[in-house]
Write a protein that binds this ligand. Structure first.
Ligand SMILES: Cc1ncc(COP(=O)(O)O)c(C=O)c1O
Length: 462
């Protein structure tokens, strides 16, 4: 069969519309003997029957293995150049107490970007010394709380934060370790990166202003300067952008060493994952080796010691670990441009549980989850149930042409920036998150109920 003319260029007509491309699905995802999808030995229909749909299903051992893999890759790479690494899990990707415990048990630290994320990490029992605290506009209350708790590092995002954090630390009688976030002028996304004199965005301060900002930090007894920080973008597959940012930061890092210690360099997160079979991901070991090579070569050129490097992966740790299960409600064939038919398969969730396709045109894939089928594959668009025409979950993929209301479908690679960006649009309760492991499933975040949704409405009388 030939591809549908409505299919995007990257999407190939599948030989088997039931196949689970390994890079896109959690490590334990398989088809059971009856054809149903199973994750960690738990079948999708059983999960849907017990917990309802939509449902986020997280493969616990997959998250743990990915956390260990990135930690080990960078530890090995930087040990080979005589240094070490701190790996912070970027909690914004998906944070709940259970996941916070998993990643810390696997040797990661955690980055939080708000008082709320801080509260989750604390509720998980994470040692505040293992936390990095981000944000371009932290409130004074957030700063006070972070300092009083003894968070390991605060990332200063602007010059005004120098005094805010220093004053908070002085009041608390503490010395607060801080990093300085730099806008390196490097922006990377997928296979491309742009290096400009200055990137037009809100985070960090220009490299040219770093020396003055660090002098201000060093002038305050209540602060300890750890080093520079940069985060160049997201869903990055190659190391060229990181390498350019590292070179730019190390030049300044070397100058700063003349005025005092600069023990660390934080190169941020943004490592890409496969969302579709068209995404070819560079193994993290190769990226870690590139990082170590670039940093050590540059340090040798500048005649400085290789600093401790910190990184902040989020998506890479949790993204591929999760699938979202939906039930198909309605199916509609829509005549597009007067000649070609696009099949809209509408499911019981949508932009409220995965806003990425609407927000950034992100692509996902879809498979039948309750059965397999030999029916001829049909190009489908998976739409949600919200009152927005942009409410799309999967722009384009092939499902067996006999997909029908009542079928279950699964969308993989929904572990990062789906639950954490979820909303209550149209008063849909946010779905539950279920962790699966060794044939067992347990709720780690329960589904929101109508009572939850009405609880904050001050006009409710009954
Ligand atoms: C400062 C910072 N660090 C780390 C991350 C994590 O990025 P990713 O989940 O793509 O690895 C982000 C994402 O926005 C970020 O802003």
């Amino acid at each position: 069969m030939t591809a549908s003319p409505l299919a995007p260029e990257w999407l190939r007509h599948p030989d088997d519309a039931n196949a689970l491309a390994p890079a896109v699905w959690p490590a334990s995802a398989t088809r059971s003997v009856d054809g149903a999808l199973a994750v960690a030995g738990v079948s999708a229909p059983a999960l849907a029957a017990e917990f309802g749909t939509p449902l986020y299903v997280v493969d616990e051992l997959d998250v743990r293995a990915r956390a260990r893999r990135v930690r080990d890759a960078f530890a090995r790479a930087f040990a080979s150049v005589g240094s070490s690494v701190h790996v912070y899990y970027a909690g914004k990707a998906f944070l709940c107490t259970t996941v916070a415990r998993w990643v810390v048990e696997e040797g990661l630290r955690i980055d939080v970007a708000s008082g709320g994320e801080l509260a989750v990490a604390l509720a998980a029992g994470v040692d505040p010394a293992l936390l990095g605290f981000h944000g371009n506009n932290k409130s004074r209350a957030e700063i006070d709380r972070g300092v009083e708790l003894g968070v390991g590092a605060i990332v200063l995002d602007s010059v005004v934060e120098v005094d805010r954090v220093a004053d908070a630390a002085a009041r608390a009688g503490r010395v607060q370790a801080v990093r300085l976030r730099i806008n390196s002028g490097v922006h990377a996304s997928t296979h491309e990166y742009l290096a400009t004199a200055r990137e037009d965005q809100k985070f960090g301060i220009p490299l040219a202003d770093a020396a003055d900002a660090v002098a201000a930090i060093r002038a305050r007894d209540s602060l300890r300067f750890l080093g520079l920080h940069s985060h160049i973008g997201s869903q990055i597959f190659e190391s060229a952008g990181f390498a350019e940012a590292a070179r730019r930061l190390l030049e300044v890092h070397a100058d700063l060493l003349r005025g005092g210690e600069v023990p660390e360099l934080n190169l941020g997160g943004g490592f890409g994952i496969a969302y579709t079979s068209a995404d070819e991901v560079t193994p993290i070991e190769a990226i870690a080796d590139d990082f170590a090579r670039v940093v050590s070569t540059e340090c040798a050129r500048l005649g400085i010691p290789v600093p401790v490097v910190a990184i902040e992966p989020g998506r890479l740790v949790v993204g591929p670990s999760t699938v979202t299960l939906y039930e198909v409600g309605t199916i509609k064939d829509v005549l597009v441009d007067g000649q070609h038919v696009r099949r809209y398969v509408s499911v019981d969730g949508g932009m409220s549980d995965n806003v990425r396709p609407a927000l950034y045109g992100a692509d996902y894939t879809v498979r039948l989850a309750n059965r397999v089928s030999d029916a001829e594959p049909a190009l489908v668009r998976v739409a949600g149930k919200h009152c927005e025409s942009g409410d799309i979950v999967v722009h384009a993929d092939y499902l067996p042409g006999d997909v029908t209301p009542g079928d279950l479908v699964a969308v993989p690679a929904t572990g990062a920036y789906c639950w954490s960006l979820a909303s209550n649009y149209n008063y849909l309760g946010r779905p539950a998150v279920v962790a699966v492991r060794d044939g067992e499933a347990r709720v780690i975040v329960r589904r929101e109920t109508e009572d939850d949704l009405l609880r904050r409405d001050a006009g409710v009388t009954a």
